[in-house]
Design a protein around this ligand. Structure first.
Ligand SMILES: CC(C)(COP(=O)(O)OP(=O)(O)OC[C@H]1O[C@@H](n2cnc3c(N)ncnc32)[C@H](O)[C@@H]1OP(=O)(O)O)[C@@H](O)C(=O)NCCC(=O)NCCS
Length: 166
């Protein structure tokens, strides 16, 4: 994703079919303004200036941008990293694109960025996302409550990917 695409990303995150799964009531927070959004989504996500701090990638289908997948700041103590994903429009969901993007992102992180574990937190009220992560190979490692909201953590390790090859 490039700096020019930040307004599009903002629209996906705050004004699309998928907004409730990123911000607002279900998440226990507010939908951010553009200025607030930019405080979280700093320039390195879009210009590649700090690969250790995170990077956003567009999900393309037939050369059309339908969403984004990203990793956040890498924890080099255990080479782990959190992912986020959004496919904006309902018409593009349930077609396997999210699973494909998660697998592609994870493989890139394992093979290029020397990551050992990718993880993602999801609210329990988002079974589609949970299913997509599981299809991509992620496993539920714990359940927890954050600000009164029931959540799941899912993880995929490099070893999980290699096991079928052993
Ligand atoms: C989560 C997301 C990235 C998944 O991408 P996707 O392309 O829709 O997912 P896939 O098509 O790869 O897989 C979805 C699976 O969930 C299943 N599913 C859909 N609705 C479901 C529901 N209510 N309960 C259980 N499973 C459901 C689909 O049937 C499919 O599984 P199947 O292939 O076994 O039939 C996408 O839906 C999205 O952007 N959602 C909104 C934003 C979001 O939730 N982001 C994650 C926040 S943690």
């Amino acid at each position: 994703m490039t700096v020019k695409e930040i307004p599009l990303f903002f629209q996906w995150a705050t004004q699309s079919d998928s907004t409730p799964y990123w911000y607002g009531e279900l998440q226990g927070d507010e939908i951010p303004t553009y200025t607030e959004f930019l405080k979280d989504w700093k320039s390195h996500y879009f210009d590649g200036s700090a690969p250790e701090k995170g990077r956003c990638f567009v999900i393309l289908v037939d050369n059309k941008a339908i969403g984004q997948v990203n990793y956040n700041e890498i924890d080099r103590r255990d080479n782990s990293v959190e992912l986020d994903i959004i496919i904006a429009d309902d018409r593009h969901k349930n077609k396997g694109f999210g699973t494909d993007a998660l697998q592609t992102m994870s493989k890139y992180l394992f093979l290029v960025m020397n990551i050992q574990k990718c993880w993602i937190d999801v609210i329990q009220k988002n079974p589609r996302a949970t299913r997509a992560y599981q299809k991509a190979g992620f496993k539920i490692t714990r359940t927890f409550v954050d600000m009164g909201i029931e959540c799941l953590r899912l993880e995929l390790t490099f070893l999980d990917l290699q096991l079928p090859l052993l």
